[in-house]
Design a protein around this ligand. Structure first.
Ligand SMILES: [Zn+2]
Ligand SMILES: [Zn+2]
Length: 505
């Protein structure tokens, strides 16, 4: 092989493998000063050491103060441009044209995530990954790194606002003695206003005993779930999830648990099981790198196989469960918020989990502190995405996603469901309104229909509420109707709103 050609090929591959991430706050007040953060990562998900690239800011919208050109300091691949101002009208997006000396003919334009601009923001949106495995899990530990890396990577490389190492310290071979250091790191890396950590662990339960669930705490010094009993041992312990709830209730700590990969072919939660408590489990992990647990047939099947049980998000809603949605990586490579898999099985191209996009949760919260984020999650004030940081909302009248409303005469006759969206780097959006766990209607926005500003999609459902209501459900015996929306863009990125429930009584 010609060495010069090989070198040239390497250079091109390297440039194309780079991913330039531009990040701005998702919600801004008009005229508010803010910063743009830039990070370049290579195909392995790690920061590039030296970026000779030049960035030219072109076609940005809604922002004042961006320089025309920007160069990285030698030896760095991250930067922060301060002193920008949000001018609107509705949306801000920074756009950079990337020029590289090796491949002058490739000049891609990379957009930042969009920001919604309000005169007085009703909330802020923060992005995070709440399900990360580290070397403390002893589960594919050769791929994982220390929990300290989890927080550093989330904060510095993925530029996330919050993260949680949710290690399995039992159920899959590991050691509950590691809990004190996890608590210490959660304390150390929590910087209100900049980056929030959350104390968490994963609790595995056998099929029929609750499946896999993660537990999240409002405090930094909560106890781990451990009983010196036979049913706590093994890879799929037969201790029941309700036992975990009893033990956690007894601690007096604020917590909630989240079922995950319920569509998986083993160790899943079935919604035929008799228990669900929306105060103890307000959220459902609808997507992770395992795939989608939204419904049985999806474009993102669960890695290793789906089950045929009533275990999916749509099944849970039909059973009367009241879940908001979240998504997280369940990453066994300790790269939260990345789209990269790192250190595959030695000498084999296999990956533990199937999907390159790993999942993020968007939380609507008044401020970036743990109490505020915890309360927002607890109240389903959040939505889920495979990876893009698009802005979405769903409303019925003035009521936004995650809430419950009582049916009045007008709602009994007709519902106007509005979905609002500003996409991140996409040209087509398919918005599907789901009613009672079944697709009701899809609308596609493309070309001029999909603007860079806030797009509104209206669905009118005029079937009488009394006719369509779900009744006598396992977890909710009063009649209700539930809506949520799924938004899929032309790159395959998925987002899900949390539902809105309309109660007939
Ligand atoms: Zn694992
Ligand atoms: Zn996990």
């Amino acid at each position: 092989m010609d060495k010069d050609l090989l070198l040239q090929a390497r250079n091109i591959a390297r440039v194309i493998d780079w991913r330039i991430q531009l990040r701005i706050p998702s919600i801004l007040a008009r005229d508010e000063e803010f910063s743009l953060r830039i990070q370049v990562v290579a195909a392995d998900g790690l920061p590039v050491e030296n970026v000779p690239n030049k960035l030219s800011f072109e076609h940005s919208i809604g922002i004042e103060g961006l320089p025309e050109q920007f160069r990285f300091d030698p030896g760095t691949s991250s930067a922060r441009i301060d002193g920008l101002r949000a001018v609107g009208p509705e949306v801000a997006v920074a756009r950079a044209r990337v020029e590289t000396p090796e491949t002058p003919w490739i000049k891609p334009v990379v957009p930042s995530n969009p920001a919604w601009i309000f005169d007085e923001p009703p909330y802020r949106i923060y992005w995070g990954d709440l399900h990360v495995h580290t070397s403390y899990s002893n589960c594919h530990a050769w791929r994982c790194l220390d929990p300290e890396w989890c927080y550093q990577y989330a904060r510095e490389v993925s530029m996330l606002d919050f993260a949680a190492a949710a290690d399995h310290l039992r159920g899959i071979a590991s050691d509950p003695q590691r809990w004190p250091r996890l608590q210490e790191l959660v304390q150390r890396y929590n910087l209100p206003g900049e980056f929030v950590t959350m104390l968490a662990y994963e609790s595995s339960h056998a099929q029929g005993f609750g499946g896999d669930n993660n537990v999240y705490f409002a405090d930094e010094d909560a106890p781990y779930f451990w009983l010196d009993r036979e049913d706590m041992r093994g890879g799929s312990p037969t201790v029941h999830l309700e036992e975990l709830w009893r033990q956690m209730d007894a601690t007096g700590r604020e917590y909630f648990s989240v079922p995950h990969h319920t569509g998986r072919s083993n160790k899943y939660r079935s919604w035929n099981e008799p228990y669900h408590d929306p105060t103890r489990e307000p959220l459902f992990e609808i997507y992770s790198s395992w795939g989608s647990s939204e419904m049985r047939c999806s474009h993102m099947p669960i890695s290793g196989g789906n089950n045929d049980d009533v275990s999916y998000f749509t099944d849970a809603l039909q059973a009367g469960a009241r879940f908001g949605v979240m998504a997280a990586s369940d990453d066994h490579a300790t790269l939260p918020g990345s789209v990269h898999h790192f250190r595959t099985e030695p000498f084999r191209v296999t990956m533990l989990n199937g999907h390159a996009h790993k999942g993020l949760t968007a939380v609507r919260s008044p401020e970036l502190t743990r109490p505020a984020l915890f309360s927002s999650l607890r109240h389903r004030n959040c939505y889920a995405t495979t990876h893009v940081q698009s802005l979405i909302d769903m409303r019925i009248g003035e009521v936004s996603m995650g809430r419950e409303i009582a049916a009045d005469a007008e709602l009994r006759r007709q519902r106007q469901v509005r979905v609002y969206l500003t996409l991140h780097d996409a040209k087509i959006a398919t918005v599907t309104l789901m009613r009672n766990g079944v697709a009701l209607e899809s609308q596609q926005l493309r070309g001029r229909q999909l603007t860079e500003e806030v797009n509104e999609v209206l669905f009118i459902d005029d079937e009488p509420l009394d006719k369509i209501a779900l009744r006598d459900c396992r977890y909710h015996n009063q009649p209700f109707v539930v809506y949520y929306a799924r938004i899929v863009d032309n790159n395959g990125a998925h987002q899900w709103t949390s539902p809105i429930w309309i109660d007939l009584q």
